[in-house]
Design a protein around this ligand. Structure first.
Ligand SMILES: [Zn+2]
Ligand SMILES: [Zn+2]
Length: 130
């Protein structure tokens, strides 16, 4: 489903082909990047307009942000050719509930979600998504 959104300052806008899902990643990289669990809507494609800064944290993935306001724009999985776009960036909140939690073995003890989710460890995530 085509959905639109923007960064905090509005310099970057996007249109994404979003799946009806909401996922959270608890891995250390995502938590360092997001300041907490990374809540993302998986998107088959995402077309960003405006200047973005893109960097690689591993061979498997890129992450992007707005160089003006610093809003995190996407996680891009190279093997999956999929974007994870932060749920808060969309013009309308995604209606889907939290369905999956990744890297559950890296989740700290100080929070947990109430939704009944499919939970994958880091090893299970890598085996499934590469
Ligand atoms: Zn911005
Ligand atoms: Zn992660």
């Amino acid at each position: 489903m085509s959905r639109t959104g923007s960064c905090l300052c509005g310099a970057v806008t996007f249109e994404a082909d979003a799946l009806p899902s909401l996922q959270a990643c608890h891995c250390r990289t995502c938590r360092k990047w997001s300041g907490g669990p990374f809540m993302a809507v998986p998107c088959k494609s995402a077309d960003f307009k405006g200047e973005i800064k893109r960097f690689s944290v591993s061979k498997r993935a890129d992450r992007g942000f707005c160089p003006t306001c610093g809003t995190h724009l996407f996680f891009y999985s190279k093997p999956g050719d999929m974007y994870g776009v932060p749920a808060g960036l969309f013009d309308e909140d995604p209606e889907s509930v939290l369905r999956a939690e990744y890297f559950i073995d890296e989740k700290p003890e100080n929070y947990c979600f109430a939704e009944d989710t499919k939970k994958l460890t880091g090893a299970e995530f890598r085996a499934k998504f590469g």
